[in-house]
Design a protein around this ligand. Structure first.
Ligand SMILES: C[S@@+](CC[C@H](N)C(=O)[O-])C[C@H]1O[C@@H](n2cnc3c(N)ncnc32)[C@H](O)[C@@H]1O
Length: 261
């Protein structure tokens, strides 16, 4: 993923910081339930990959205690919060930088692999980095159908355009659908999956992660002549109206365990 994703404009960076915080606030409760389910215990060696703001890393650090260690990586650390002493925060590109073999009791990544072009190789790399008996938990989206949902105009048309635009060649917005099969093919056991979707509303984290991205995208559509200025403004007002509600894409957490030797 390009390191120029957020540009250098301070306001744009601030919006992205808020947006990542909204994504984390919306998704953390489910992530923590899934991780509670597999059992994160003191002394574990954990990798949080593509950590973003680091909210999951902080939760994991609390669970593994002083005897354990969390490696919290991201290709871009500008949004990463300060962490306790048992967390190592490292700038790391999962596509090109190495990971130690057979080292981690748990590797978790949320909404990361769908952005990574060589995601298939990355899954292999993550399996190699697990200890025997170690857990792999990968959460990714399933955007299929998200653009087709019932919505009032003019947002409906703009939503369809933006949803289709997110299918750029380096992204796989439906990678969440592939992971269970990849874990099976890598010989992982104790396979499981937990999927959910939710109602997205203005003023709530579960909606704002998307509406903030929309505010960034609409001016580009207007500048490119794809959407009229009036429709763009009306759509942005529409999603901010009290009572506006739409469906999220699905999010799938896939769980697997490397067999004991
Ligand atoms: C949608 S954000 C999700 C952040 C966090 N996992 C969460 O769910 O709150 C995707 C994250 O993946 C990171 N990322 C993208 N490509 C990466 C790569 N090649 N190596 C490591 N991190 C990467 C981005 O910098 C970003 O922080």
């Amino acid at each position: 993923m390009s390191q120029e994703r957020y540009g250098t404009d301070d306001e744009e960076i601030d919006i992205e910081r808020v947006r990542l915080g909204m994504l984390a606030a919306a998704r953390d409760p489910k992530t923590f339930r899934v991780l509670e389910g597999i059992g994160v215990t003191r002394g574990m060696q954990v990798l949080e990959l593509g950590a973003g703001a680091g909210t999951v890393s902080a939760w994991l650090a609390d669970r593994v205690g002083d005897e354990g260690r969390v490696l919290s990586t991201d290709i871009d650390l500008q949004f990463h919060a300060d962490m306790p002493a048992n967390v190592e925060v490292r700038r790391h590109d999962i596509e090109s930088d190495p990971l130690p073999a057979g080292h981690f009791d748990l590797i978790h990544a949320r909404a990361v692999l769908q952005h990574v072009p060589s995601r298939e190789d990355v899954v292999t790399k993550l399996v190699d980095a697990l200890k025997p008996g170690g857990w792999l938990v990968l959460e990714d989206g399933q955007f299929m159908g998200f653009g087709e949902q019932g919505l009032a105009e003019p947002y409906r048309t703009i939503h369809r355009i933006i949803s289709a635009g997110s299918q750029e060649e380096w992204r796989d917005p439906d990678f969440g659908l592939q992971i269970l099969d990849r874990m099976r093919a890598h010989g992982l056991v104790d396979l499981d999956a937990v999927g959910d979707l939710w109602a997205m509303r203005p003023g709530e984290p579960g909606g704002e992660w998307w509406f903030l991205a929309l505010e960034r995208a609409v001016p580009h559509l207007v500048a490119a002549g794809i959407v009229s200025e009036a429709d763009g403004e009306a759509a942005l007002a529409q999603v901010r109206e009290p009572g506006f509600v739409m469906l999220s894409p699905a999010s799938i957490a896939t769980i697997g365990r490397k067999p004991q030797v």
